[in-house]
Design a protein around this ligand. Structure first.
Ligand SMILES: [Zn+2]
Ligand SMILES: [Zn+2]
Length: 106
């Protein structure tokens, strides 16, 4: 019986596009990997989710922005109703940032 030695040809990697609207880079994903609530994020963006707050569109699920967080802060996902791709405006996307910063000084 022949033994097939696994090569990159036998492992089917898939391309995915980063779910961060400002990144959109293509990267390899393991087809068995199931996207989380934030969808597929490239390695550099998914690293940011551990150090930054994430802003996500609740309509299409696209990740829109990362907000710098203190290392001691719990990292949270902010959602907005509509991003600019969902007939919202770019202003909607940025509105959340000053609001959040005002809160953080309390
Ligand atoms: Zn990315
Ligand atoms: Zn959207």
């Amino acid at each position: 019986m022949e033994i097939n030695i696994g090569t990159l040809d036998t492992i089917q990697f898939h391309f995915a596009q980063c779910n961060n609207a400002k990144c959109k880079s293509l990267f390899f994903v393991n087809p068995e990997e199931i996207p989380g609530e934030l969808g597929f994020l490239c390695p550099s963006c998914s690293a940011k989710t551990t150090t930054c707050h994430t802003v996500q569109c609740s309509s299409c699920g696209t990740v829109l922005n990362f907000i710098r967080a203190l290392t001691t802060e719990e990292k949270v996902v902010f959602t907005i109703d509509k991003c600019s791709h969902c007939y919202g405006t770019v202003e909607d996307e940025w509105e959340i940032e000053p609001l959040y910063q005002a809160d953080s000084y309390i």
